[in-house]
Design a binder for this molecule. Structure first.
Ligand SMILES: Cc1cc2nc3c(=O)[nH]c(=O)nc-3n(C[C@H](O)[C@H](O)[C@H](O)COP(=O)(O)OP(=O)(O)OC[C@H]3O[C@@H](n4cnc5c(N)ncnc54)[C@H](O)[C@@H]3O)c2cc1C
Length: 412
């Protein structure tokens, strides 16, 4: 019996490796089973690779503006092979980091497909491992459209696209959620002619309407052909179609119990890496998860960031303040005046309900915004905290002051 593990984690993505580390910190004997690469979708096929490519694209987009900043350069070109190689180096370095972290925390790792035999036994190939608790963190898989399986020729998943070293002349993007919008931003910046199909009437469904509208305006400006309210059909394909219509949890055929816990995308909740981190940690600690106020960012330029309820969700309770970044000294100094900070508060209590940002640095501004919304601060409290000057954070303060009619840098 001494060989029995306290915890076995299946899946080495954000939910799984964090669950394993946290369980080991709590003094448990832990085994993590991973069938592919440590770091999961996030590190290998999701968050990090897309952001590494977007970092190249953002620089590329900025180069034609050098003159405005008093600079000049010639012979500006993009080499997609080099962009992808840089992305691959970053991913490899971070995967080694996860491996090192697990080792330092004394988590044993076995590579191979974990199969659940019963509540206490898991096999990997011919090996059997016994355990007291199982954390299933097997992630999710991209959904295919009927009659359009991912074939690597005409219909592609986001994982396929991340390996492309050519720049397609034309590309359909099917799905106007976060992944579709980020890929539309990347490829429109590279001059690809894009048709973006979304079955619903707006992009980024579920986000505040001002953010959806800003994303639509941004992509239209980048000459993306937005086809909203238009379900995609096979015969509409231009020859290369990226299908990003959502992801389905990778379930394992045992229901959750006290000692079998799902974490991350596999749980079927919010499919975001930081949600997976949090669920992984709580699963190891035996605590349940509160899905409220999970921040969310879209890495276009300007970025999009959101936490808490939208104006529509707040309904009659809503008091709304919107502060334009063009009124900030710092936004002007760095040439990033496009966008706004929008605050939704309770009109009676002035409690912050949601913060929605379109602007440079929105993903970083979300840290203060999330803190304020999660802690239930009132608009006046956020407004009373002076931010460094000059900084984009002043936009948050100003928008909060707008709720209590004290905004300093916008017209009364
Ligand atoms: C293109 C793209 C961009 C994204 N960008 C962002 C972003 O910017 N921000 C954000 O928060 N989220 C982003 N996401 C979502 C994020 O990647 C996921 O929410 C996150 O990876 C979920 O973590 P997880 O640990 O639950 O699952 P995963 O990361 O999918 O990890 C699951 C792991 O389990 C392994 N596994 C599965 N079955 C078995 C088995 N039977 N035995 C052993 N191992 C198994 C898999 O190989 C995998 O490594 C993006 C996703 C995509 C596709």
């Amino acid at each position: 019996m001494s060989d029995k593990y306290d915890v076995i984690v299946i899946g080495g993505g954000p939910a799984g490796y964090i669950a394993a580390i946290r369980a080991a910190q709590l003094g448990k004997k832990v085994l993590l089973i991973e069938k592919d690469k440590l770091g999961g979708t996030c590190l290998n096929r999701g968050c990090i690779p897309t952001k590494a490519i977007i970092a190249s694209i953002n620089l590329y987009n900025k180069l034609p503006l050098l003159k405005r900043y008093g600079l000049s350069a010639c012979d500006i070109k993009i080499d997609m092979k080099a962009v992808i190689e840089r992305k691959d180096r970053i991913v490899a370095r971070l995967c080694r980091g996860v491996e090192h972290l697990l080792k330092q925390n004394k988590v044993e790792v076995v590579f191979g497909e974990g199969k659940l035999i019963d509540q206490e036994n898991i096999t990997v190939g011919s090996q059997n491992f016994a355990t007291r608790k199982i954390i299933i963190a097997t992630g999710s898989s991209p959904i295919e459209l009927p009659g359009m399986p991912f074939d690597g020729k005409q219909f592609f998943s986001s994982s396929d696209v991340l390996g492309w070293t050519d720049i397609p002349k034309a590309l359909d993007i099917v799905g106007g959620g976060v992944i579709g919008v980020e890929f539309a931003y990347i490829y429109s910046s590279l001059g690809t002619e894009i048709n973006l199909y979304e079955a619903l009437p707006a992009l980024l469904n579920g986000m505040d309407k001002d953010l959806s509208k800003s994303a639509e305006d941004l992509l239209k400006r980048k000459r993306v052909n937005l086809k909203l309210d238009t379900p995609f059909k096979k015969e509409m394909s231009c020859g290369r179609s990226l299908i990003c219509v959502g992801r389905k949890p990778n379930k394992i055929n045992l229901p959750a119990t006290k000692d079998i816990v799902y974490a991350g995308d596999a749980s079927g909740g919010i499919m975001l890496a930081h949600a997976a981190y949090e669920q992984g940690m709580l699963a190891a600690e035996g605590k349940s998860w509160d899905q409220k106020n999970i921040p969310m960012a879209v890495y276009t330029h300007p970025e999009i960031g959101s936490v808490g309820v939208t104006e529509k969700e707040a309904g009659d309770r809503a008091a709304v303040s919107k502060f334009p970044l063009s009124a900030l000294g710092y936004a002007n100094a760095i040439g990033e005046t496009e966008g706004f900070v929008k605050i939704v508060a309770d009109k009676n209590s002035e409690e912050l309900l949601g913060i929605h940002i379109f602007g440079s640095g929105a993903s970083d501004l979300l840290s203060a915004a999330t803190l304020a919304v999660k802690k239930g601060l009132k608009a006046g409290e956020l407004g009373s905290i002076f931010q460094a000057h000059p900084s984009l954070g002043e936009g948050l303060q100003e928008a909060a002051l707008g709720i209590v009619k004290k905004s300093l840098h916008s017209m009364p």
